[in-house]
Design a protein. Sequence first.
Length: 319
Amino acid sequence: MLHKLSVQRIMLSVSLLLLLAAWACGDGRLSRWTNLEVRASELAAQGRYDEAVVPAREAIVLAEELFGLESPSLAASLNNLGLILRNQGDAQGAEEAALRAITVSEAAFPPGHQFVSTTRANLGKLYSEQGRIAEMVPVYERALANAEASYGASHLSTILAAYKLASTQRQAGDFLSAESLYVDTILLHSEVLEEADPALIVPLSELGTLYLEYGNYDFAGDVLLEALVIAQENSGFNHISTIGLLQQLATLHMFEKEYEDSDLTLQRVRRIVEDAYGTDDPRLRPVLEQTGSLYMEMGRNEEAGLLFSEAAALPPKTP
């Protein structure tokens, strides 16, 4: 089952398709199609997925008649059906709807459009749940090729498509392809940005993660430090935005058995989180647990146990 965020995505998709359709057709069937989509979304929001499927499928048939087979409205209807079927537990039906939603959205929208990205992301989540993330690689390869053909290699839409493909390749275990694409894209991105632009932080962090997973600790350290410098120059030395990078560096230090450096880094992270959110905020939990794991590695088992207990006593994270 999906969480409430997926239901919200359904409602957002409905809002989008209603806006797209408002100008497209003026006969009475438009009102019926709109009502079907609204009804499907209402039922889905109530968790009544078996019932929601019926108006969702009827809306697709009507959208094909009203708007054609390559329309934004049909893409939105297909996307909504895919989400409902995924909630319902019909993985095969959800996949079929998602694949068709991608095909239609790619025809209806320009490369890099947010709705096209949304349809791909929904299929990616489905494949991830099934351990089939490698099957998303061809989808993002096509997205990158489309962006390059439409905008050129240095356009932001193309760069973002390249990052998404590299991330998917990394998750699929193709580290060499992911590394090559990350490096080439980061270099290209750097050329079109100002020095130390914060837009480089996430791809540098992802490349650092790849090197950590691949065991290339020297390169991981260089890349993560570069990202941290950019983050600190833009947000400050102890800003909350730096904690993810600091935790990655702490992990790197632990892997290299530089335990004191790892401990000092995690203490810094804890101070940042406590200063920003307080001493009983659930965002402290991963910091405490990571420090506990470090102490276990160092043989400081009693201190590790206290940290794990402290982490367990924190309130649950709010949705």
